[in-house]
Design a protein around this ligand. Structure first.
Ligand code: MD3
Ligand code: FE
Length: 210
């Protein structure tokens, strides 16, 4: 987070029931070197669906467990299958950021033990999906957007209706829980704004308790 003062004055907006948006809450100059250190140990890679299709965006993880997808399915595992080593540890600054954002949305204590790191380039997208591989759905998910902007799509319990669309910029943080925990959501990067330092790259951190 930027500093204590930001915490006190942070404008938290409930943009959909149980979906909270904190604009410009995370400090990318602090987070990016930590992400770089993680990706040196566990580089971004394209995973495959159980059906054999390559996912549209590349990913890596830090924390006790990391989310993976392969022929055996979607799940959390304690070692990086590329290196057979444990995932890099979750930096303390990540944990504090996620906990403070969750607390502002009345989720405490939130003790994330998994952080999925998604990497987008212009034109890449995450198709509408639900996150349901986490055993305890009373725990929220906290997401941090860095770099290039993206259009975030919030559906409801089904993906047939037209989504609510929110443009997410560098530093924006969202918290999802309770009635929003199983909603469908997706990300589009077409016509997004490049970032002064990251250019046409977007990185998203999602903090989870698994
Ligand atoms: C709503 N990532 O990694 S984060 C994902 O920008 C994912 O990379 C997106 O969706 C991204 O699964 C969006 C926001 C998010 C994450 C998890 C959710 C929204 C969620 C789980 C339940 C409901
Ligand atoms: Fe998701």
């Amino acid at each position: 987070m930027k500093d204590l003062f930001t915490d006190i004055t942070a404008a938290i907006e409930e943009i959909h029931p149980d979906v909270y948006l904190l604009r410009d809450y995370a400090d990318s100059p602090t987070l990016l070197p930590l992400i770089k250190a993680i990706t040196e140990q566990a580089p971004f890679r394209f995973m495959h669906t159980p059906g054999g299709k390559r996912l549209h965006i590349s990913m890596t993880n830090c924390g006790d467990v990391g989310w993976i997808s392969d022929a055996q399915g979607y799940r959390y595992v304690g070692t990086d299958p590329t290196s057979n080593r444990p995932w890099p540890a979750m930096p303390q600054a990540f944990i504090e950021l996620a906990q403070r954002a969750a607390a502002l949305a009345q989720f405490h204590p939130f003790q994330p033990n998994a952080c999925l790191i998604n990497h987008y380039r212009m034109g890449q997208e995450l198709t509408a999906h639900q996150d349901k591989n986490e055993p305890d759905l009373s725990q929220p998910i906290v997401s941090v957007s860095l770099g290039m902007s993206a259009r975030f799509q919030v559906y409801g319990k089904s993906r047939s209706q037209r989504p609510l669309e929110v443009e997410l910029y560098d530093g924006d943080v969202m918290v999802w829980g309770r009635s929003a925990r199983l909603i469908y959501h997706g990300v589009k990067t077409q016509r997004s704004l490049p970032h002064p330092e990251l250019g046409e790259h977007r990185i998203n951190l999602t903090f989870r308790r698994v």
